[in-house]
Ligand binder design. Structure first.
Ligand code: B1M
Length: 222
């Protein structure tokens, strides 16, 4: 039997945002990621389960289909929209009521790269655990990171990249940050990265997932 998690995953795969959205034509009038996420939460499904078993699982299928040329860029954009609609409901659950203010973290997707879903998830984990997150958005060059560090005095800066062509920009950004602010920790992550690459460019931490990055932050928090 298809569970509500399967249904949400299908909405991400097919780019069905909400009941009003006309896309895809064969799902017209049906609930989308928006309504189904709300229903899942109302019926007691844990937010972390919706994130991993429906949203991330659905997006993995999208990535595979895109790689195989079975779907095209507009389809991927619709999938991202559906995932974002769902994440809006999950965000409050990742933000604990208790204000802890462990410290500040700046995060951004590096220059040339427009992928922001993973970065938003990482931010949700940080915020939920009591870190103040300054999200610089996407396509962030070193000037913007340096300016933000000057302004906010963070404990760490997180760089995210999803493209092999943009992860190389992490090297310049990391070296500029380290040259001017050697005490600020630089954390890197994103699908194409490896631990070896992170070490080579002088980053303090690499994690393939938000949990690892959060553990690193918490280990260093005073
Ligand atoms: Co793009 N795209 N895309 N895309 N896209 C990928 C990344 C790709 C792998 C698809 C594929 O070919 N199968 C491929 C990259 C190939 C490569 O370089 N190796 C690709 C390509 C080629 C492109 C374009 C070049 C396509 C084109 O124009 N021809 C183009 C580039 C645009 C640009 O950035 N300049 C492009 C565009 C887009 C959209 C705009 C349509 C859209 C993004 C929308 C958005 O983000 N608002 C999009 C999407 C959605 C994807 C896929 C399908 C999904 C990405 C995603 O959101 N994953 C992706 C294929 C895939 O990954 N399966 C693909 C879900 C997300 C939860 O995971 O982002 O990996 P992820 O984040 C994870 C971890 O990586 C980690 O934690 C996160 C949460 O679990 N993590 C960190 C991330 N950052 C971290 C930082 C940390 C620690 C952990 O510490 C600081």
């Amino acid at each position: 039997m298809e569970t509500i998690l399967d249904q949400i995953a299908v909405c991400v795969e097919r780019g069905k945002v909400n009941v009003q959205s006309p896309h895809p034509a064969d799902m017209k009038g049906m609930d989308g990621a928006d309504e189904l996420t709300k229903k899942a939460l109302d019926s007691g499904v844990v937010p972390g389960t919706i994130l991993s078993k429906a949203l991330i699982a659905g997006m993995q299928v999208v990535g595979q289909q895109f790689r195989n040329n079975e779907i095209y860029l507009p389809d991927v954009l619709m999938a991202a929209k559906a995932m974002t609609a769902s994440m809006e409901y999950l965000r409050p659950y990742f933000q604990s009521g208790e204000v802890k203010h462990k410290g500040k973290v700046i995060i951004g997707t590096v220059a040339g790269d427009l992928h922001d879903i993973g970065k938003k998830i990482v931010s949700m984990f940080f915020e939920g655990d009591g870190w103040d997150v300054i999200d610089l958005g996407v396509d962030v060059n070193f000037d913007k990171y340096l300016q933000a560090i000057k302004e906010h005095h963070p404990y760490a800066v997180g760089l995210s990249a999803l493209l092999t062509t943009t992860m190389i920009n992490m090297e310049t950004i990391t070296s500029k940050i380290k040259a001017k602010y050697p005490d600020v920790k630089v954390m890197v992550g994103g699908a194409p990265l490896t631990k070896e690459y992170a070490e080579r460019i002088g980053a303090d931490m690499y994690s393939p997932d938000p949990q690892g990055a959060l553990e690193y932050l918490n280990a260093g928090a005073k």
